[in-house]
Every structure is written in structure tokens, then in C-alpha cells.
Design a binder for this molecule. Structure first.
Ligand code: AR6
Length: 192
């Protein structure tokens, strides 16, 4: 199916620190134990404070964390001061060369976050470039997978009107911006 320009127009790539962005839901690139860590996970935990660690601890106890390719929502803790209503912890795949289901798992993360946001009636969601740090997913492939998965999920979630792809590094930003532009041009061409 050809993507619609309108759906792609709801996605924006920007350069920055996700803990400073205003959105109803802030997506975290977590691990399956929801145990916290470095990278964006560390930054989000520092900004959200102990309430977030406590919520993650409870989820570990009650449901054993979150499997790869899935996502789970918690309180936003102190990020509520910026307007966030939830942190959605998404567990991306660790890169093992690309033929161990990594693209499917990465796409699934993005899709599950949009589904959770739509169920909670959140209008805006901010994502980091899941798996492209410690988990080693090649950035160019990740940009393609993430934009395609977001466009697909948003086509079924009309209430999610704004998705921000918050890129911490210049390379991810350029790749995501170029991938979005490419798909928008393609969509507009096929729409005539
Ligand atoms: N805002 C936005 N993006 C950021 C920020 C920030 N403040 N800080 C880093 N990034 P990573 P992963 C980018 O390693 O690869 C953790 O320890 C970063 O430049 O945070 O999914 C977890 O606990 C990169 O592009 O997550 C897991 O164990 C992207 O966020 C593991 O790392 C993702 O990098 C998950 O690895």
C-alpha cells in the first residue's frame, strides 16, 4: 500500500535531547528488565526521578519486565512538569547482523508505542532513535525501519497527530530527515 502524505506529515525529525521535549508521551529506549541504564534511558531516568524507577521495579515484579519488540507505559514522574503524561518504555533489538529478526523487532517497538499512545488518547509522542546506541543497530537501516513503521502505525491511529523523532546526534538527524523527505516525495508523486 502506498503511504499517504498526510500520515507522513504527522512525523517530524528534530535534533535534540528528548528530556527537554514537550509531548504527551516520551518513549524510552529501555532494556527488557526495565532496569535502567545509560544513553537515553539514563537521561530519562535522571529527568523523571525516583517515581520512574519505582514504576519500573513494580513492572519487573508483576510482569517480569517487557519483551524485545514490545513496549509498556508508566508514569512520567518529574517529566510531567514539561507536560508529559507517560513514559513509554520500548525494548529494541540488539543488533546481531540483521538476520535474527532485528528489523521486525524494531518496527514492532515503534508500532506498539503508537498503539499504546492511541489507546490512552495521547495526541503527541516523542521517540528517540531506538537501538541505534548501545544496541548497535546501523543508523541508516534504523531510519528506514522507524519511519516506515511509524507511517504504517499512524495510518491506523488518526488520534495521534504528532510524532517527533528526537535525534541526539547529527547523523541520525540527517538520516531521518532524508528518509522522511524521500517518502513524502514518493507519496505526493503517487497521489498525483
Ligand atoms: N535524547 C535523545 N536521544 C538520546 C539521548 C537523549 N537525551 N541520549 C542518547 N540518545 P541508547 P539503545 C540517543 O544507547 O541503543 C541503555 O543502557 C543515542 O544517541 O540510549 O536502544 C538501555 O538501558 C542513540 O541514537 O539505546 C538499554 O540497556 C539512541 O538514543 C540499552 O541502552 C539510542 O541509544 C538500549 O540501547
Amino acid at each position: 500500500m502506498t503511504e499517504k502524505g498526510e500520515t507522513l506529515d504527522r512525523i517530524e525529525a528534530l535534533r535534540g535531547d528528548i528530556t527537554l521535549v514537550r509531548a504527551d508521551a516520551i518513549v524510552n529506549a529501555a532494556n527488557s528488565a526495565l532496569a535502567g541504564g545509560g544513553g537515553v534511558d539514563g537521561a530519562i531516568h535522571r529527568a523523571a526521578g525516583p517515581a520512574l524507577a519505582e514504576a519500573c521495579r513494580k513492572l519487573r515484579e508483576t510482569r517480569g519486565g517487557c519483551p524485545t519488540g514490545d513496549a509498556v507505559a508508566t508514569t512520567a514522574g518529574a517529566l510531567a512538569a514539561l507536560g508529559a503524561k507517560a513514559v513509554i518504555h520500548a525494548v529494541g533489538p540488539i543488533w546481531h547482523g540483521g538476520s535474527a529478526g532485528e528489523p521486525e523487532a524494531l518496527a514492532s517497538c515503534y508500532r506498539r508505542c503508537v498503539e499504546l499512545a492511541a489507546e490512552a488518547r495521547y495526541e503527541s509522542v516523542a521517540f528517540p532513535n531506538i537501538s541505534t546506541g548501545v544496541y548497535g543497530y546501523p543508523k541508516e537501516s534504523a531510519a528506514r525501519v522507524s519511519v516506515a513503521a511509524l507511517a504504517d502505525a499512524l495510518s491506523r491511529a488518526p488520534s495521534v497527530v504528532r510524532v517527533l523523532l528526537v535525534c541526539f546526534d547529527e547523523e541520525n538527524f540527517e538520516l531521518c530527515r532524508a528518509e522522511l523527505a524521500r517518502r513524502k516525495t514518493e507519496a505526493r508523486r503517487s497521489e498525483g
